[in-house]
Ligand binder design. Structure first.
Ligand code: MG
Length: 406
């Protein structure tokens, strides 16, 4: 076979289990607003059942109806098989073999994009299932935790449609995060470009004003990252602004130009006065290989579901380590994905931060209500090692029923 895959580190005396069913639930917040940038207004939850009564759950950050089709659509030939059918009857502990089987069996439909994002939810559910079957937290199956604490960063949430409202909301949100004990924050600063907040169209100078206001509010000791959501048309226009941002001491600048524009990404990685971060949309190790080797980014941001699952995310982390790059995973979903991301981070020494907000601080109801994670934000701004089996989250099935639309 042309590529390696990752399987859990397993004890010798495994229980004998076979997969009996794969459920796919499409969830949608009833008050979702298509004009919002937040993908946490929907979710797709995959549940894998076995004949031993143990089941596992996974999730991915992609259109839930399309993911459901990717998993359940009928197969018609050897390069276009049905993902669900390939799993029924299989041994759930052989995750790496199953990943390869699914990847090869959907090559004409997938290889990148949606099918890989859907495989990410399946892979996540298999790791959860294995952990539960063996009564072990998933980080133990990933070779063992390499540290006893990880550091989360708070994603600040903007508001309003006018410049002053937007700036003041981010400053208020930054101060709240500081008060909660966070050591790191990431501010969206997107008042222009394809994903401009609330249809805003502000000058580059005003973006500089927002970054300055947030830095001033939190002081010099807070780690500050900025996400501009693909705002600049090219590297030259980005550099004309961010060359002056050195004084704000940013840990990284996220997605300053279009994700496919590797030439401009490489220029920014070489010339900008801060680290450049990309990767939230990418699927598979091969897209990250291009991002790191041609794009030269200093920070890789795999999303555990979208990249193809926990195994694929870990492979990306190992590739980043070989290249001396930092990992800061993307995660903007429910407690299922948040938990999977945290378990990965405990097994990856060069994972600097994870994206994390306590559920009660999130505006998204699916994040607040669907699954409670086994993660605690300690007063010192870190998260101690979770110990429950699998990914350790508790799903509220009444919430699944409440928001299920397909
Ligand atoms: Mg982002």
């Amino acid at each position: 076979m042309p590529f390696p895959t990752l399987s859990p580190e397993l004890p010798a005396d495994l229980p004998r289990l076979r997969i009996t069913d794969v459920e796919v639930h499409v969830l949608l917040a009833p008050d979702y607003d298509e004009s919002f940038t937040s993908s946490a207004q929907d979710s797709v939850v995959v549940v894998i059942h076995t004949d031993g009564g143990v089941s596992g759950l996974g999730e991915t950050d992609a259109n839930p109806w399309i993911v459901k089709s990717c998993i359940t659509a009928q197969g018609t030939h050897t390069m276009g098989l049905c993902l669900r059918d390939m799993l029924i009857g299989a041994d759930p502990f052989r995750i790496g073999d199953l990943w390869k089987k699914m990847y090869l069996g959907t090559a004409m439909n997938g290889r990148r994009g949606m099918v890989v994002h859907a495989m990410g939810a399946i892979d996540m559910a298999l790791w959860d299932l294995c952990g539960k079957a063996l009564d072990l937290p998933v980080h133990a199956l990933l070779g063992g935790a390499v540290r006893d604490r990880i550091t989360p960063y708070a994603s600040l949430q903007p508001a309003g449609h006018r410049f002053e409202e937007y700036r003041d909301a981010l400053v208020a949100s930054a101060l709240q995060a500081k008060e909660r004990g966070f050591r790191a924050i990431k501010s969206e600063v997107t008042m222009n470009g394809p994903y401009a907040h609330g249809g805003m169209s502000e000058s580059w100078d005003r973006h500089t004003e927002v970054v300055a206001a947030v830095r001033k509010a939190v002081g010099p000791d807070m780690t500050l990252m900025v996400d501009v959501q693909y705002m600049w048309p090219d590297a030259a226009s980005c550099l004309s602004v961010v060359r002056d941002w050195a004084e704000f001491d940013l840990f990284f600048l996220e997605t300053p130009v279009w994700s496919d524009n590797l030439h401009d990404i490489a220029r920014l990685a070489a010339e900008a006065p801060m680290k450049i971060a990309f990767g939230e949309w990418l699927a598979t190790r091969w897209e990250f290989e291009e991002l790191m080797d041609r794009g030269g980014v200093q920070v890789a941001q795999p999303d555990v579901g979208r990249v193809g699952g926990l195994g694929e995310a870990k492979i990306v982390c190992d590739m980043a380590a070989e290249r001396g790059r930092i990992i800061v995973p993307h995660c903007w979903k429910t407690g299922i994905s948040v938990s999977a991301t945290a378990h990965l981070a405990f097994a990856v020494p060069h994972c600097a931060f994870i994206e994390y907000l306590p559920p009660q601080l999130c505006v998204e109801r699916l994040r607040r209500e669907l699954a409670a994670e086994d993660l605690v934000l300690a007063p010192d701004g870190t998260i101690p090692l979770p110990t429950k089996p699998g990914f350790g989250f508790e799903v509220d099935w009444a919430a699944v029923e409440r928001y299920r639309v397909a």
